[in-house]
Design a binder for this molecule. Structure first.
Ligand SMILES: Cc1cc2nc3c(=O)[nH]c(=O)nc-3n(C[C@H](O)[C@H](O)[C@H](O)COP(=O)(O)O)c2cc1C
Length: 142
């Protein structure tokens, strides 16, 4: 059984919609999918999974949400993250994706194995974007 964990933060539901579609895509035979908000997650949920997706919209000025997501991501800087297959995703509005570029660089620097480019959706995902999220989920478990 392969364990996939999807952990996200979302205020207005856009990143949450992405998380749910990623979970749908990842849910195949022999895969156990855990979908959870970051406030309920622990580092073990990441370290004990075979693959992980982390989601957060662009907040502040092109940064992760600072109360819950930022400290959680910071807590992943441990030897256990080394080589862990991880995918990043999130919604944004007016920016150019700088938050995602910075987040990807950071996870690589921690030693994570980024399985795909960060998946960004402008505001609310439509049908095409939701399909891209399902595909992202399928790739996570490959
Ligand atoms: C306080 C705040 C700060 C934001 N900062 C940015 C930003 O720097 N760049 C950007 O592209 N979007 C920014 N946004 C827009 C959000 O990323 C966008 O509304 C997103 O869809 C929210 O996702 P959610 O529905 O998962 O909460 C900001 C929104 C809020 C409320």
């Amino acid at each position: 059984m392969k364990r996939v964990t999807i952990i996200y933060w979302s205020a207005t539901g856009n990143t949450e919609m992405m998380a749910e579609a990623i979970a749908e895509g990842a849910k195949t035979d022999g895969v156990e999918v855990k979908l959870m908000e970051v406030r309920k997650a622990t580092v073990e949920d990441v370290f004990n999974a075979d693959a992980v997706a982390l989601g957060c919209p662009s907040m502040g000025a092109e940064v992760l949400e600072e109360t819950e997501m930022e400290p959680f991501v910071a807590s992943l800087e441990k030897p256990e993250i080394n080589g862990k297959p991880i995918g990043l995703f999130g919604s944004y509005d007016w920016g150019d994706g700088e938050w995602m570029q910075d987040w990807e660089a950071r996870m690589k620097q921690y030693g994570a194995n980024l399985v795909a480019p960060g998946l960004m959706v402008n505001l609310t995902p439509g049908d095409t974007e939701l399909e891209a999220c399902r595909e992202f989920g399928r790739n996570l478990v490959k």
